[in-house]
Design a binder for this molecule. Structure first.
Ligand SMILES: [Zn+2]
Length: 321
């Protein structure tokens, strides 16, 4: 049986997945990350977790035909051999691709997590069948991945960084060092900071969060669902900024589908997707706006595993761009 391994490296955990050639997830596990502060030991733990999944199927590392790793960017400029996650100081310049290749003898590919998610949604999720698709996520930061003409589009290296295109000139400071980036308005961390600043201590959002200081996007969404006026108006502001980002994508790329993850997916049809579609139509030409479907991510909780396995597929096809 053709088995594939996927590792999705997150800020606090690694999702390890065993998949088949069709992209289905056969087994999965989540392990804390970074667990030891020592990259070599953390890598060994990731490999041990993979071996445990393989054992359940009477298989070994040698039976793996491809390995995919999805990790937060930026990845190295030489493409995909070294991992230096920005928030993990001990994890600087870790040659994780070489280590996994050595352990399995299989081809290994490493991809930025938003690009990996775009590939997964395109191959198995809400963008299946499209030749031109965009994936946009707004969990902590805002990530984007572009599939154009049936290939992951990297441009000169960093294509798809929709989150750092400005939606306000000289606007809110962004974690990247620029100002007014889309991420500084619709990224989960930036939005939470904004909401803690503007929410009333005795309002519904603060009550749901157990105090202003605990407000996170899900509290805002819950209050908006209840019809709270403040929450509705803050969500309308958030939708408006998201629309600014999407209008650029529609006018410049004319994609067939734009898949929205995380906060937009959690907000759902009536609170986010329908108003955003309507606003995009108002601010774009009729033809590209009429050609694009703006939909929620279809892979849900399996997205990290699917994304990592989609990168394994890339390793196998040698399509490392
Ligand atoms: Zn930025």
């Amino acid at each position: 049986m053709a088995l594939r391994l996927g590792f999705d490296v997150g800020g606090t955990k690694v999702a390890v997945a065993l998949g088949d050639a069709a992209g289905a997830v056969l087994a999965r596990a989540r392990i804390p990350f970074p667990a030891t502060g020592d990259p070599a030991r953390d890598l060994a733990r990731m490999i041990e977790a993979a071996e445990a999944l393989l054992r359940e199927r009477d298989a070994r590392l040698e039976d793996v035909e491809a390995v995919g790793v999805s990790a937060p960017g930026p990845l190295d400029a030489a493409r995909s051999r070294i991992l230096s996650p920005p928030n993990l100081p001990g994890w600087k310049d870790v040659a994780l691709v070489d280590r996994f290749a050595e352990a399995t003898g299989a081809p290994v590919a490493l991809e930025n997590d938003a690009d990996a998610a775009a590939l997964a949604e395109w191959r198995h999720g809400a963008a299946r069948g499209a030749r031109h698709a965009v994936y946009l996520t707004m969990s902590t930061g805002v990530g984007g991945g572009l599939v154009l003409g049936g290939r992951l589009h990297r441009g000169a290296g960093s294509a798809g960084e929709v989150g750092h295109a400005p939606v306000e000139w000289a606007g809110e400071p962004c974690a990247c060092g620029l100002r007014g980036c889309l991420e500084a308005y619709v990224g989960g961390a930036a939005w939470a900071r904004h909401l803690r600043r503007v929410a009333a201590p005795d309002g519904r959002v603060a009550a749901l969060a157990g105090g202003v200081g605990g407000i996170r996007p899900e509290h805002l969404l819950a209050a908006a669902r209840e019809g709270d006026g403040f929450a509705r108006s803050e969500l309308a502001r958030w939708n408006d900024y998201l629309t600014r980002g999407i209008v650029w994508l529609v006018m410049v790329l004319a994609p067939e589908v734009i898949v929205l993850g995380t906060i937009a997916r959690a907000a759902g049809e009536s609170l986010c997707l329908a108003p955003v579609r309507e606003a995009v139509a108002r601010h774009s030409w009729a033809r590209p706006a009429g050609a694009v479907r703006i939909v929620a991510s279809a892979l849900g909780d399996e997205l990290p595993e699917r994304a990592a396995l989609a990168v394994a597929d890339l390793a196998l096809r040698g399509d490392l761009g």
